[in-house]
Ligand binder design. Structure first.
Ligand SMILES: Cc1cc2nc3c(=O)[nH]c(=O)nc-3n(C[C@H](O)[C@H](O)[C@H](O)COP(=O)(O)O)c2cc1C
Ligand code: SF4
Length: 456
């Protein structure tokens, strides 16, 4: 099975009124009609891409700015951008010119934050890419999308065309549409595809920042990370740090879906309590509900425990979670987290690249045990929790990439957050919600890809 971004309707790419003070940062000035800001409009909203002395930011200035701002990646791992820039510069030497990749794949089926940026404010993302290119001495910028993301590809190509026509370009851009697979958003899979191979992750090290596209040092940065960099360069690290927490400064985008009034993408200061993150989307979930934070390979939490937690790496770590890809799914009180997990794990297991043991054997086994727990015969359901514990431990840290770790983490969080529900299922007494979920699932999954999975 595979991600089919063509499924996305423009209505899905909705930016909810920002809950940052003022008009928002990266979501500032978006057009009400949903169209992309033109270059002229972008410059009116954000101003020109120059430093306070009127110069375009150069290599050291950008690395220093990213460092002083404390800007961390928004693509899942929260890695400091400055460190990654330095690694690329260090690996480049004088002979191997680096490449910059804007990771706009947004593999996560329900995530829309990068789609909002690319389709509504593409020049902010491209400004960030130009700055990163200046920092590492790259001439080539690749915008990486999933094939079928028609709106994203159109917006990216139109923005690149505008920059070429007005001479703002500075770098060579390519918009590349890779296979619509979950793991094809992973950095080494992207580098493999751009080097002419299948978009499958490879063993690291060397990291792509050291040896990436055709052996060249490659900066793979999430689209949102680069959009923030574009604003740090304009307004300075102090401005950036005025919101967020000292350790995790700035604002961040969060896709909110499920049992909320207005699903969509919100921009919030890092560290905002989850309850306040949900406020602009129609308020907190009903008492007794569940939330999934970080993405489909994220962490389940009981809603009442999750709502006071700060939306940050440190805040969610207290409950075993992370902001991950910036996604919160709110499960209604009448839906079953066990049955939803079984659906997600089944899908995620089918998305592995099938080249390491955990993907070939471990994930299908976890998916089978989740199915058994959710709706299996009583004997299989009774054995499932023990097997899930054991097999989760056996896949963790064993893949060439982190895909199996994410799936194991999701399973573990179900067992930890909902012991009563799990026990009821294991005892052959699933809650009535399990039957409801079987007919009305809450978390959207892409349909199977016709013709089977593609890697090129
Ligand atoms: C299975 C898998 C899928 C991923 N998919 C995406 C994706 O769709 N978009 C993304 O930005 N990062 C994705 N990542 C993370 C990237 O490998 C990389 O860390 C990220 O693009 C770096 O950006 P950042 O430093 O700006 O966060 C994925 C990682 C894994 C393990
Ligand atoms: S763990 Fe799975 S997805 Fe990751 S590299 Fe190995 S086979 Fe591919």
């Amino acid at each position: 099975m595979s991600v089919r971004p063509a499924e996305r309707s423009p209505a899905d790419e909705r930016a909810v009124a920002p809950s940052v003070p003022g008009p928002g940062r990266v979501l500032r000035g978006l057009r009400a009609d949903g169209a992309a800001l033109t270059l002229a409009e972008h410059l009116r909203v954000h101003g020109p891409l120059i430093d306070h002395g009127g110069h375009r930011r150069g290599e050291h200035a950008v690395v220093g700015l990213a460092e002083a701002a404390g800007l961390r990646g928004r693509g899942g791992g929260g890695f400091p951008l400055a460190d990654k820039l330095r690694t690329v510069v260090g690996a480049a030497g004088h002979t191997r010119r680096p490449v910059v990749v804007v990771n706009a794949a947004e593999s996560e089926p329900a995530s829309r934050k990068d789609a909002v940026l690319l389709t509504r404010t593409p020049h902010l993302v491209l400004d960030g890419a130009a700055l990163a290119a200046a920092a590492v001495g790259a001439r080539d910028v690749v915008v990486w999308l999933h094939r079928g993301d028609v709106a994203g590809a159109r917006a990216a190509r139109a923005a690149v065309g505008e920059r070429a026509a007005t001479g703002v370009l500075g770098v060579r851009h390519r918009v590349v549409e890779g296979p619509p697979r979950y793991v094809a958003g992973e950095a080494s899979a992207i580098a493999a595809h751009l080097s002419g191979g299948p978009a499958r992750p490879r063993v690291t090290p060397p990291r792509v920042a050291q040896r990436g596209v055709h052996g060249r040092p490659t900066l793979v940065s999430n689209a949102e990370t680069l959009a923030h960099l574009a604003l740090v360069a304009r307004h300075g690290p102090g401005w950036f740090r005025a919101l967020g927490t000292p350790e995790e400064p700035g604002t961040t985008l969060v896709t909110v879906l499920g049992a909320v009034g207005v699903p969509g993408v919100v921009e919030v200061p890092v560290g905002t309590p989850l309850g306040a993150v949900l406020a602009p989307t129609g308020g907190p979930p009903p008492v007794g509900g569940a939330v999934l934070v970080g993405g489909y390979a994220g962490t389940w939490l009981p809603a009442d425990r999750a709502l006071p937690l700060p939306w940050s790496q440190a805040g969610l770590a207290a409950a075993g979670g992370t902001p991950g890809v910036g996604l919160v799914a709110v499960l209604p009180a009448d839906a079953c987290p066990v049955a939803e997990t079984a659906r997600l794990v089944g899908w995620l297991a089918g998305e592995g690249a099938q080249q390491c043991g955990p993907c070939l054997n471990g994930l299908p086994a976890l998916a089978g045990a989740c199915r058994a727990l959710a709706a299996g015969p009583a004997s299989d359901a009774a054995a499932a929790p023990g097997l899930l514990h054991r097999w989760a431990g056996m896949v963790e840290g064993r893949g060439a990439c982190h895909h199996p770790d994410g799936v194991a983490g999701l399973v573990r969080s179900l067992l930890a957050a909902f012991p009563d529900e799990v026990a009821r299922h294991a005892a052959g007494r699933p809650c009535p919600a399990a039957a409801v979920t079987a007919t009305r699932s809450v978390l959207p999954l892409p349909p199977p890809e016709p013709g089977g999975p593609a890697w090129r």
